[in-house]
Design a protein around this ligand. Structure first.
Ligand SMILES: Cc1cc2nc3c(=O)[nH]c(=O)nc-3n(C[C@H](O)[C@H](O)[C@H](O)COP(=O)(O)OP(=O)(O)OC[C@H]3O[C@@H](n4cnc5c(N)ncnc54)[C@H](O)[C@@H]3O)c2cc1C
Length: 393
């Protein structure tokens, strides 16, 4: 039976990150992915590497600071994959957040980002409004510009795995995790590959199965604690007319929630929604009412899109957020990653629930810190904030 220091279930951004971090720390590591890299949530996000301006309103300052730090690291190590973009906040007569509130928020954002050049913000002069992709100017009071970054989430995931493989990590794909048994100082891991049952051992099993993580945790014997989480669906649609000037961060005319209107592969990507989800994560798909909700945003802010209907949608996808179970609206819930383990000292299983695309590297570093007492001594090969991520071939 093959032996690994770390075995990871799930080839999304978190699994990729832990694979890379384990290999960089000098450990043997195997990633088990059922379908394909980034086939789950990590290809269905809003594709932003951002501090999360709106999290300031809910007081999640540590998350914003960490995310802005990670954004700066991405711009350095993943320049082929992550691009700083102008973001526009249009403020109309009836917009809930007023210019002074937004500027106060952006000032805090800049403070948490260490006032580096990318945190500069200002007002777009009225004479330049005509360059804003036909943005509705009726009752428009101001447009505030700041910067955040955009990526291709699936490519980024593949780039991180590519980096891990170059450090000696291994991958089993397509291969489905089928169960694990905890032993005195590790785990026996079972998975199915090419119709055959395979077993290996690990000092630590990392459950990075995204919305499938509770199911994966349920396959481990003896039982381990599974955190109480909710799944919340988020849908994006693609419309054929392109916005090019930057990313528009607008309030939904339906309920005031923040929605992004983004340039994407020569078209426009609009998202996202927040729909409570129960059931099989494999079956998530965009709902007609979510598409109408997003179309209403497009029609409201871009008169050139006012005649578009659901028939004009050229692309659509839905993903699942994993959020701490609560009664409050998904929009207001903590976006901090939840880490759980079978025991505090020398864990044999560590689960990653929730989190952000932006925070994958920090999450992986945290995982390594938590599991290192369970791992044999090793010789570090690299530091993940120095490893350059290349666009995968
Ligand atoms: C709508 C939406 C928009 C978002 N936008 C942003 C954003 O703009 N910026 C940001 O920073 N974050 C964003 N996020 C958050 C971010 O996308 C997620 O936190 C991240 O992609 C989660 O990655 P993951 O690796 O945990 O899970 P996933 O990407 O879902 O990966 C889990 C993997 O596990 C595999 N798997 C499941 N079961 C098994 C099994 N039995 N055996 C083997 N493999 C298995 C699946 O096939 C899948 O590939 C968004 C999330 C959503 C839902």
């Amino acid at each position: 039976m093959k032996q690994f220091d770390v075995v990871i279930v799930g080839g999304g951004i978190h699994g990729a990150g832990v694979l890379q971090a384990a290999a960089a720390a000098g450990h043997s590591a195997l990633l088990i992915e059922r379908l394909g890299l980034a086939s789950g949530t990590s290809s269905r996000s809003s594709k932003l590497i951002h501090g999360g301006l709106r999290y300031l309103e809910s007081g999640q300052f540590a998350l914003v600071r960490e995310s802005l730090r990670e954004r700066a690291i991405h711009l350095r190590i993943a320049a082929e994959l992550v691009e700083l973009k102008p973001f526009f906040l249009p403020v109309y007569r009836d917009t809930r957040r007023r210019p002074w509130q937004l500027k106060l928020g952006l000032w805090m954002y800049a403070l948490l980002g260490g006032f580096d050049a990318s945190t500069r913000f200002g007002t777009v002069p009225r004479r330049e409004w005509s360059s804003l992709d036909g943005l509705e100017t009726r009752d428009l009071d101001a447009v505030i510009r700041y910067h955040d970054a955009q990526t291709d989430d699936a490519l980024l995931t593949r780039a991180v795995v590519q980096s891990a493989l170059s450090l000696g990590a291994e991958i089993a794909m397509p291969a489905s995790f089928t169960g694990a048994t905890l032993t005195g100082d590790g785990v026996t891991v079972a998975y199915a590959r090419d119709g055959a049952a395979v077993e290996c051992t690990a000092r630590v099993l990392v459950n990075a199965a995204g919305p499938w993580a509770p199911h994966v945790a349920g396959l481990i014997r003896p039982d381990i604690p599974i955190p109480d989480v909710d799944l919340v669906q988020g849908t994006h649609i693609v419309l054929p007319l392109a916005v090019t000037a930057g990313i528009y961060y607008v309030e939904s005319p339906t309920d005031g929630r923040a929605v992004f209107v983004m340039p994407w592969e020569g078209a426009t990507l609009i998202g996202t929604t927040e729909t409570p989800y129960r059931g099989d994560p494999d079956k998530v798909h965009p709902l007609p009412q979510e598409e109408e909700y997003l179309l209403a945003v497009a029609r409201h802010y871009f008169p050139a899109l006012s005649a578009l209907t659901r028939d004009d949608i050229t692309g659509r996808f839905a993903g699942l957020r994993v959020l701490p179970a609560a009664t409050q609206a998904a929009f207001d819930r903590s976006r901090e990653t939840i880490f759980t383990s079978d025991r505090d000292l020398r864990p044999r299983v560590l689960g990653i629930y929730g989190g952000k695309l932006t925070g994958w590297r920090a999450a992986a570093a945290h995982v390594m810190e938590r599991i290192s007492p369970s791992l044999p001594k090793s010789l570090r090969r690299a530091a993940t904030d120095q490893l350059i991520l290349r666009r995968p071939l």
